[in-house]
Design a protein around this ligand. Structure first.
Ligand code: ZN
Length: 218
């Protein structure tokens, strides 16, 4: 089972609000933990704080839908394996070792997934440049042949990030996500699903996302 959602930050708001964390369209009156609030409040820009809040609420909503419980019963935990802090790092649901969750936020867009098997999700606004180290030689040659390389690179990048979050590798550059004729729809045992936010008139998307999920172990 899997519950995945991509959304705009504005779409999750009940009413336009300040960055107090109130006014979000998530039922049950849930709030972020102290560690999450501390992490969020270190972000410099209101747009980034709002995206953080929206993603951390959305992942609770996805887990609640998956578990069939009120969202206020969902306790999100995060522990960073690198610095030891809470409020970022791989998320999990307290008391639910069989539930896998992942979340992502970028300015204006958020994504979250909860599933009964390993999963990962990512959303990014279209990249402004292509980092050399993150792609394989084959991916570089494919990108060079694309008429619009920045959205094409972003399609690869969200796949890599989602697969890293699902535990496939430690570094995005270590994963090749190109299939026979373009960005892959499978990676090993993982299903890969793409998402795109409509952009301006030219047809280029405003943001791209990807969710990867392993089949249920049953
Ligand atoms: Zn850390």
């Amino acid at each position: 089972m899997i519950v995945a959602r991509f959304a705009t930050v504005d779409g999750l708001r009940e009413v336009p609000t300040s960055s107090t964390g109130e006014g979000w369209a998530v039922p049950g009156g849930i709030t972020l933990t102290g560690a999450e609030l501390a992490r969020r409040d270190r972000l410099r820009f209101a747009a980034d704080r709002d995206a953080y809040t929206a993603a951390h609420l959305l992942v609770r909503a996805c887990a609640a839908d998956l578990l069939g419980v009120p969202v206020a019963r969902v306790r999100l935990e995060q522990h960073c394996p690198r610095c030891g802090a809470a409020g970022h790092g791989r998320p999990s649901i307290a008391g639910e070792p069989g539930v896998f969750v992942s979340l992502s936020h970028t300015r204006g867009y958020v994504a979250a997934v909860a599933a009964t098997a390993p999963c990962g999700i990512d959303v990014q606004t279209v990249a402004a440049s292509i980092p050399r180290t993150a792609i394989t030689g084959r991916e570089r040659r494919w990108l060079d042949a694309q008429p619009d390389p920045l959205p094409a690179f972003t399609r690869l990048w969200v796949r890599k990030e989602a697969l890293v979050k699902a535990g496939v590798a430690d570094e995005p550059g270590a994963i090749e996500v190109l299939g026979a004729s373009g960005p892959a729809e499978r990676h090993g045992r993982f299903d890969v699903e793409e998402w795109a936010a409509p952009g301006s008139a030219k047809g280029s998307p405003a943001a791209l996302g990807c969710v990867v999920s392993a089949p249920d172990r049953s």
